[in-house]
Design a protein around this ligand. Structure first.
Ligand code: HEC
Length: 203
């Protein structure tokens, strides 16, 4: 009797390891179902209960995903309350050395390939052949554009230029827009605008 019990116990424990790694089409024994199996609709499947018969329901109108509320039009769209592009930095973004250093840094990474460090639009990629050449930032039309326009082009792209909102967050886009303004200003500064102490440094 004892021998039979031991043999049974050994056999049982061997059985519990025996099938490991073997392939089987039979679903495993699942004593506790938890929520592993339940009725549900697959994505894109049909549900006759709704008038449009789509099981996937659209988000309620006006729904904003968490972290995606862009209520501040001047910050996020570069537009004032009247819907027009603003020609200043939005409240909360301060014009200082830090902003411009950041703008110069991001510009060098994301814009110089086409627009070049100078902003003339003759970057390496542009020189090797873009169907549409990037314009120089010195074009009178672009000089006259409000700062919000530069932000808008970076955010949404323009013509054949793709948007850079995925690479640059809102603050960085304003920093780059400010840097483009610096490049534009660098060509039409009056000697009187340069602090007297630095005038001698100019050739
Ligand atoms: C892959 C090349 C490429 C890169 C990188 C690129 N641009 Fe452009 N950009 C273009 C081209 C091409 C145009 C002209 C598009 C057109 O008119 O169809 C353009 C146009 C522009 C304009 C002028 C829009 C107008 O009204 O004519 C601005 C401003 C500008 N880019 C800023 C930027 C800034 C800032 C960055 C970096 C965040 C950047 N671009 C990165 C290719 C590029």
């Amino acid at each position: 009797m004892r021998f039979a019990l031991i043999a049974f116990a050994v056999g049982l424990s061997l059985m519990s390891f025996g099938c490991r790694g073997n392939k089987s089409d039979v679903p495993p024994v699942h004593p506790n179902l938890n929520m592993d199996f339940q009725q549900r609709y697959e994505a894109q499947s049909k549900n006759e209960w709704f008038a449009d018969q789509a099981a996937m329901r659209p988000a309620v109108e006006g729904t904003v995903a968490r972290g995606f509320l862009r209520a501040d039009a001047s910050l996020h769209q570069g537009r004032g309350a009247d819907g027009r592009l603003i020609d200043a930095l939005p409240a909360g973004i301060e014009l200082n050395d830090e902003l411009l250093t950041r703008g110069e840094d991001r510009y060098a990474i994301y814009c110089t390939p086409c627009h070049a460090n100078s902003g003339y639009g003759d970057g390496v990629v542009a020189r090797r052949g873009l169907l549409v050449a990037p314009p120089s930032y010195q074009e009178p039309r672009l000089r006259a554009m409000p700062l919000g326009y530069l932000y808008d082009v970076i955010t949404n792209g323009k013509g054949t230029m793709k948007p850079y909102a995925a690479q640059l967050n809102v603050e960085d886009r304003w920093a780059v827009a400010a840097w483009v303004r610096v490049l534009q200003a660098s060509h039409r500064a009056d000697i009187a605008e340069i602090p007297a102490a630095h005038r001698g440094e100019l050739k």
